[in-house]
Design a protein around this ligand. Sequence first.
Ligand code: AMP
Ligand code: MG
Length: 400
Amino acid sequence: MLSVDEARAKLLEHARPLIETEAIAADAALNRVLAEPLIAEVTVPPLDNSAMDGYALRMADWAADKWLHVAQRIPAGQVGQPLTLGTAARIFTGAPIPEGADTVVMQEDCETRDDRVRIATAPKLGANIRRAGEDIADGQTVLHAGERLTAARLGVAASVGATELTVHRRLRVALFFTGDEIVLPGHPLKAGQIYNSNRAMLLALLQGLGCEVRDLGIVADKFDATVNALEQATRHADVVLTSGGVSVGEEDHVKAAVEKLGRIEMWKVAMKPGKPLVYGRLNKIPGADSDFLGLPGNPVSAFVVFCLFVRPFLLARMGAANTDALSFSVPAAFDWKRPGQRREFLRGKIEGGRAVLYPNQSSGVLTSAAWADGLVDIEAGHSVHEGDDVRFWPLSELLK
Ligand code: AMP
Ligand code: MG
């Protein structure tokens, strides 16, 4: 069995970044992965400008008891005249500094009378001026290939005037769910059946990553049906994702079906929940070549495996350079007296600066994941005493 870190590293090695790119409107590019660096063709800010509402002056003209004539008024969006000797300019935040001025004094530090201004305390030369290019120089690479377009990055792209961005095309993910007991919400449940919770959850997770999703529905626990579904899935998908049927029971056909159409590269990770995670490549059908990721059927296992493995894999596949999530250590508000054979990822929350656990940690209890803000990470063979530090992986990081 691979460790969590080994498995993740191995998966990432297999993640071939998408090659095809497309130019899209910057306004529609949130969360997409930039495929080409964005190079500024302007300077930001374009001119030296005022950081305050106040008065612009030449320091050589200043004296504590001296009244300067306010010879002009420069609101944002207008360009003033060169400052004549012994004068100041009324200036507003964002307005260009007039030629000759070297300092801005905020209005709260100025005394005014009619059209004159006096500054009692010595200003600092150069104060309150935002320099041309202090944010971005002309020719500077402002965004790099492989960066996901977050709100701040889209703001930066706009600040250099970009209207279109070249991004990797969307990743196509085909999805199906194994299990004779699984029923879609909207249908009555017969004895022995349960609703398909993984579908709603995985669709949302994939949509969150900006994938193009093809849902092939529920597939019977039969070898032929599974092979057929995989065949269909590979036709249009870069990645095929399934839930259930990856254990070693007689009703689990996914692994054999994958081997028929391709090969399995790994299938067990030393973690709880989620031990069975199948990764393979579906490339035996002529013309098809998709990655395969088989998640365990237990909804919590599927969720945790998605967070820790599928998400970084898909991001890398989408061309993202950084797939890491941040975690931190925090004191436990609980005792964990049963050291496990495998590393455990418990559903938890931070309350009052300490990690608390959902009372039922069974991998079938999906309400634990709905309740949680993160996963509490406990190494194999470790027990925890209240007050000990544990590692906490916020879901906001694992799903960003
Ligand atoms: P499996 O991995 O197929 O052995 O399934 C493990 C457990 O997860 C079983 O109790 C299944 O009924 C349950 N399960 C599998 N798929 C789903 C699903 N899509 N939604 C809810 N529960 C599921
Ligand atoms: Mg099953």
